[in-house]
Ligand binder design. Structure first.
Ligand SMILES: Cc1cc2nc3c(=O)[nH]c(=O)nc-3n(C[C@H](O)[C@H](O)[C@H](O)COP(=O)(O)OP(=O)(O)OC[C@H]3O[C@@H](n4cnc5c(N)ncnc54)[C@H](O)[C@@H]3O)c2cc1C
Length: 376
């Protein structure tokens, strides 16, 4: 059996016949504009179309029970065209889909003020200092500190029954501890500009992209004092869920502990511990200070959303990237690699994966599939 999957999702058989219906019939989002059609016949096809994060319906359908109910509102953390449409097409060609419930979504998503695709969200890679509150204003439990346990925090926040949460923080913390994920948010890294890298990471003040969010971001509230900040938070969309007295208590309690050398506040203890490593002290952690300290201000509140990102399940393959049918038989000529195949059949690094190691698995499974396809 030889077939080809076209850019618009159509599957073409060995004799050029269309094996499936139009893209619209398979529910491919209208954000992808089909400008024409073509047909190519090939002996081997490698599906490397990425995960499902661009299609919230697919994400919700695959949402595992252990993470509670799927959020009604999410931001999209992958390009819109990474929409999982090829999963369905591959399944229609006989491929078995596995481990769809293995997914990795972030809880520190902010609405991109300058979106590249619909509902475009950016992930904050936060340092350890911000106060993290759920939608009602209750502090997240130990050890769910910013940047510590993505899936644990997602499970906890889903159990609260609300889609969003809040950072309450200071400008000084935002400057030092908010890194933004995505190539367009890191022109120094993507431009390989060492001068700009040193300037933006070591100099005082926020990076340009972070400053743009402070100025333009709809999820950011910047105020000089706690009472005005609380008022603005309560008036924000979703702010009606906040117990403002509880938020005030959390901020005051946290600030009180900053000056206590023997504090039992585990987050502050962890912050001090991280600062004993010079690298973290230089670029990842702000010097401990009270959130209400005017010299570290103004105060900042950030509304955080769930952001779709990585798929660890997909088209089942063998170690050569050959797609398998549900009975385990190899489908001749059909290969899969990268996120489309959960990095080669279920997640090379296991269910919880490892932050920053996704590309490696994608490249490796691509190499395996490419070599096997060449042999085929
Ligand atoms: C903002 C961001 C930051 C990340 N940071 C990291 C990091 O620091 N470290 C790390 O390891 N990983 C990171 N990742 C994850 C990593 O980038 C992905 O796991 C990896 O790029 C997936 O590679 P892939 O080739 O499988 O799929 P993708 O890179 O998603 O590529 C899929 C391609 O298929 C195309 N496509 C989809 N459907 C069709 C179709 N029907 N027809 C034709 N073409 C189609 C898409 O246009 C796209 O070009 C990040 C991801 C994002 C979005």
């Amino acid at each position: 059996m030889t077939e080809l999957i076209l850019a618009d999702g159509a599957v073409v058989g060995a004799r050029g016949e269309h094996l499936t219906d139009s893209s619209a019939a398979r529910g491919i989002p209208s954000s992808r504009e089909v400008v024409g059609e073509f047909e190519i016949i090939a002996a081997a096809t490698i599906v490397s179309s990425g995960g499902i994060g661009g299609n919230h319906d697919l994400v919700r359908a695959a949402w595992p029970e252990r993470l509670g109910t799927p959020p009604a509102h999410m931001l999209t953390g992958v390009p819109a065209y990474v929409d999982g449409s090829m999963h369905g097409v591959s399944a229609a060609a006989g491929a078995h889909l596995i481990n769809g419930d293995r997914m990795w979504h972030y809880v520190e998503g902010i609405t991109n003020w300058d979106p590249v695709w619909p509902a475009h969200g950016i992930r904050i890679l936060p340092g350890p200092s911000s106060l993290w509150l759920d939608a009602t204003g209750t502090r997240l439990p130990v050890p769910l500190f910013p940047g510590f346990d993505t899936l644990g925090t997602l499970a906890h926040l889903r159990a609260t029954g609300h889609d969003h949460s809040w950072f309450v923080t200071s400008r000084q913390i935002v400057e030092k501890e908010f890194a933004l994920s995505g190539s367009e948010q890191n022109p120094d890294l993507t431009g390989k500009d060492v001068g700009l890298l040193l300037k933006s990471r070591l100099a005082k003040g926020p990076t340009g992209p972070v400053q743009s969010f402070l100025d333009e971001g709809t999820d950011f509230i910047v105020e000089n004092d706690l009472e005005t900040l609380l008022e603005q938070m309560s008036q924000a969309d979703g702010g009606e869920l906040l117990d403002i007295d509880q938020v005030r208590r959390e901020v005051v309690a946290r600030d009180r502990e900053i000056d206590n050398d023997f504090t039992k506040d585990a987050q502050i203890g962890m912050l001090r511990s991280m600062r004993s490593y010079r690298g973290d002290k230089l670029i990842r952690t702000a010097a401990p200070h009270r959130l209400q300290d005017p010299s570290a201000g103004p105060m900042v509140a950030v509304k955080l959303h769930v952001l779709t990102r990585k798929s660890l399940g997909g088209i089942e393959t063998d170690l050569d990237g050959r797609a398998l049918a549900s009975d385990g038989a190899v489908i001749p000529g059909l290969f899969a690699a990268g996120e489309a195949s959960g990095f080669g059949g279920g997640g090379v690094h296991g269910y919880r994966a490892l932050e920053g190691t996704f590309l490696g698995g994608c490249l490796f499974s691509g190499r395996q599939a490419g070599r096997a396809a060449a042999r085929f």
